[in-house]
Design a protein around this ligand. Structure first.
Ligand code: NAD
Ligand code: UDP
Ligand code: UDP
Length: 403
């Protein structure tokens, strides 16, 4: 018996010895003939990936106030990944609310709200408001719509659908869940105005078949729908008539005057003034607008309210100002745009009296911040860092457009 046990162990040992020898041989060959650099090339990105993952788990979010269950609202922002929507998202998140952003990324970008992704109060839904949406919310800020003339003129049918069917869907949602809806309307409802400055009583002067009509008439119908749902269905509505707004996260290539002029000046190219440059606009900084939107939403004013900065400038003056702030560029005159409103300045007495609101950021201060933002964006591009373009910027004329 004893002899059999000894034989078995020695047999096992022999087999084990062979295995160990084979492993040692493989290890020796691997060390001798494989390139350790190759090993590093494979392993270092994995190490980096693990580091990134560790960092993302301990991600720091901007500071968020604590709100009791009673005060905390579930807020939907359509178009929340766009320029204005993303700043509104920041404010409402930091105020401690639960924010759901719905966006189809036509002109918006995930990047604008990525700093909230993963936060327990935040949700991002890729959805087109032209399709119905069934969620539960207390307030709806309805901003979804392209806003810059080249973007909304690119696909006028889609612009109309977004502002009409999209608004109808959001009003249907507001009706079903008993939410209050704020519509981001526009000074464009006044068209090329014959009344100056424009107050909320003015009915406007819009060409219903011109190139701007898809947006202007789309927003006018959206307003009409709000008041039809208010009267017929008792939906609580708020209507903000927003005047020209600028600031960080405007898309550099959206074709609006602020982005065009800043980009052109920074790149040392001529600032393209359409027509003589005698047409006027009044520009507000985005933080002023966002404060106005939140005040209006939480007020008891259901009639339309202008939100804009009443400081009016000709476009030529504006080009000269940006040229001097950036410190380079020259001015080039191009042909006039069709149906371009000639004078625009908001009368903000109603907002002042009923909301206690007025813009506080001086034009130059806002422009300097925006210039800094654009410089950083250009630096990113120069360093070949990939900045995904919104869908609108990727589209080329002649390509099929999906309505
Ligand atoms: P923006 O283009 O940066 O943002 C609009 C957002 O809506 C984008 O994120 C876009 O992807 C999204 N969107 C467009 N169509 C959609 C659809 N069908 N479904 C879901 N999402 C959709 O523009 P902005 O300057 O932030 O404008 C926001 C709102 O304010 C718009 O309604 C605009 O009409 C209004 N407004 C803006 C200004 C201004 O100067 N910025 C002036 C007047 C009115
Ligand atoms: N709707 C929606 N979400 C909802 C409720 C309605 O998107 O939670 C849409 C619905 O698809 C409809 C639109 O809103 O097309 C208008 O709704 P409403 O109830 O007023 O009209 P109806 O459904 O009776 O035509
Ligand atoms: N504009 C310009 N050069 C540009 C872009 C715009 O002169 O490169 C003018 C445009 O004709 C209009 C004004 O600037 O008179 C504001 O244009 P924007 O597209 O920003 O907004 P709008 O107020 O017309 O919707």
């Amino acid at each position: 018996m004893m002899k059999r046990v000894v034989r078995l162990i020695s047999g096992l040992n022999r087999r084990m010895m062979k295995l160990l020898f084979a492993l040692a041989l493989i290890a020796y060959i691997a060390c001798k003939y494989t390139n350790l650099d190759c090993f590093d090339i494979v392993v270092s990105p994995l190490r980096e990936k693990i580091r990134d993952l560790e960092q993302s788990f301990s991600q720091k979010y901007p500071p968020v106030k604590f709100l009791s269950e009673k005060d905390r609202k579930r807020i939907l922002i359509t178009g929340g990944a766009g320029f204005v929507g993303s700043h509104l998202t920041d404010k409402l998140m930091m105020d401690g609310h639960e924010v759901t952003v719905v966006d189809n990324f036509f002109t918006g970008r995930k990047r604008n709200v990525e700093h909230w992704i993963g936060h327990e109060n935040f949700e991002l839904i890729n959805h087109d408001v032209v399709e119905p949406l069934y969620i539960e919310v207390d307030q709806i800020y309805h901003l979804a719509s392209p806003a810059s003339p080249p973007n909304y003129m690119y696909n006028p049918i889609k612009t109309l659908k977004t502002n009409t069917i999209g608004t109808l869907n959001m009003l249907g949602l507001a009706k079903r869940v008993g939410a209050r809806l704020l519509l981001a309307s526009t000074s464009e409802v006044y068209g090329d105005p014959e009344v100056h400055p424009q107050n909320e009583e003015y009915w406007g002067h819009v060409n219903p078949i011109g190139p701007r009509a898809c947006y202007d008439e789309g927003k006018r119908v959206a307003e009409t729908m709000c008041y039809a749902y208010m009267k017929q269905e008792g939906v609580e509505v708020r209507v903000a008539r927003i005047f020209n707004t600028f600031g960080s996260r405007m898309h550099m290539n959206d074709g609006r005057v602020v982005s065009n002029f800043i980009l052109q000046a920074l790149q040392g190219e001529p600032l393209t003034v359409y027509g003589t440059g005698s047409q006027t606009r009044a520009f507000q900084y985005v933080s002023d607008l966002v404060n106005g939107l939140v005040l209006l939403m939480n007020s008891n004013i259901s009639s339309p309210v202008n939100l804009g900065n009443p400081e009016e400038h000709t476009i030529l003056e504006f080009a000269r100002l940006i040229k001097s702030l950036v410190g380079k560029g020259c001015i080039q005159f191009l042909s006039e745009a069709q149906d371009d409103p000639q004078r625009r300045r908001p009368d903000i007495r109603k907002a002042r009296m009923m909301l206690g609101w007025e813009p506080v950021v001086p034009l130059e201060e806002g422009l300097n911040k925006t210039i800094q933002y654009f410089s950083r964006e250009l630096e990113h591009q120069a360093n070949n860092q990939y900045i995904p373009k919104p869908k609108a910027a990727r589209m080329k004329k002649g390509r099929p457009r999906h309505n």
